[in-house]
Design a protein around this ligand. Structure first.
Ligand code: TRP
Length: 329
């Protein structure tokens, strides 16, 4: 059984792609491991030092994860800023993270290009805070996407450097959680590429049926099949891919057949697709709203998770202080 840590951006809003991709894997992961899932609300300050509704964002993303089936009985769910031990480990790790290597980090270079007016020290040391999040539970595994691979590599380096510097075998060097071939990629509605939050091509779990119908009816298609049995164009293939995960196999077969015989009407395809997406997302959306309307429930989950996370975190910080040489008087 591995210890797994995953940080969730507080500017969340899960879409269908997340649901059929990462979230599905999280559900499996929580059955087989000691999992810590937390909302990375300190990290969000590196780019949004004065968020409009920090607390609201945190509540929303927590409600969405819980509604999808992340289970507080199986995994430890908490808010990063409820575990101040993380900031102490972050401070200590900053002492052996070098400015040169931090300046060379791809995400830092991209952020300073995008926000030249806010190149703060928190942005520079973002990978150190992320490393602290992970090693504070002495995790072996971290589920990361491509964009986080370099950060995980730096975490390994910081962990290794700590061990070498103090002559201990204390922190494991965490690896990426390997999902194998199961990671489904859901395309967006704009004709090419995968569904993403910033791409503006997504259907969110919190979208209401009206919104979903509107988005699907506007999805990009083409002028129609060019010849019988011709390969569907990329945008149409994408709609079939979404249909594959939300619709009955017979529905998909029906529309593929209509395409093959050049009788397809994309309007009909989209109407059906919208209804099938609604069937999948509606119960989740209801659950999200139920959780958001029950602050007592959410408060209890977060308090329990925070306490469990602090127990694990404070043990690590105590041992790290000892290793470095701090002693009680
Ligand atoms: N940097 C991650 C992201 O942008 C979020 C994150 C913060 C994280 N701390 C983490 C992910 C620790 C995994 C483990 O998505």
């Amino acid at each position: 059984m591995d210890t797994v840590v995953s940080g969730i951006r507080s500017t969340g809003n899960l879409h269908l792609g997340n649901y059929f991709g990462a979230i599905r894997n999280f559900l499996k992961m929580q059955e087989e491991n000691r999992c810590f899932f937390f909302v990375a609300d300190y990290h969000s300050l590196t780019t949004h030092p004065h968020p409009d509704d920090l607390h609201g964002n945190i509540r929303q993303i927590l409600a969405e994860y819980l509604a999808c089936g992340i289970d507080p009985e199986k995994a430890t769910i908490y808010v990063q800023s409820d575990v101040p031990e993380v900031t102490e480990l972050y401070l200590l790790m900053n002492m052996n993270a070098y400015v040169g290597e931090l300046e060379r980090t791809a995400s830092f270079k991209e952020k300073i290009r995008k926000h030249p007016d806010n190149i703060n020290a928190g942005l520079l040391t973002y990978p150190v805070l992320m490393a602290a999040d992970i090693i504070i539970h002495r995790a072996q595994k971290v589920p990361v996407g491509k964009d986080q691979e370099q950060h995980l590599e730096m975490t390994r380096r910081f962990a290794r450097r700590f061990n070498t510097m103090y002559g201990v075998e204390y922190f494991p060097e965490p690896d990426a959680y390997n999902f194998g071939k199961q990671l489904l990629k859901i395309p967006g509605l704009d004709g090419s590429g995968k569904m993403g939050k910033s791409e503006g091509n997504g259907i969110f779990l919190a979208d209401d049926p009206k919104e979903i119908r509107k988005k699907v009816m506007r999805a990009v298609t083409d002028a129609g099949p060019v010849a019988p049995d011709s390969e569907p164009s990329e945008p149409v293939k994408n709609l079939f891919t979404i249909m594959e995960v939300v619709s009955e196999p017979s529905t998909l077969a029906y529309f593929k057949e209509k395409h093959a015989t050049c009788e397809i009407r994309y309007g009909d395809l989209k109407k059906q697709l919208a209804e099938d997406i609604i069937k999948v997302t509606e119960p989740i959306r209801e659950r999200i709203n139920q959780i958001l309307n029950d602050p007592v429930y959410l408060g209890r989950i977060v308090r329990q998770g925070g306490e469990a996370a602090r127990e694990s975190a404070s043990k690590t910080v105590r041992e790290v202080r000892e290793i470095i040489g701090y002693k009680p008087f």
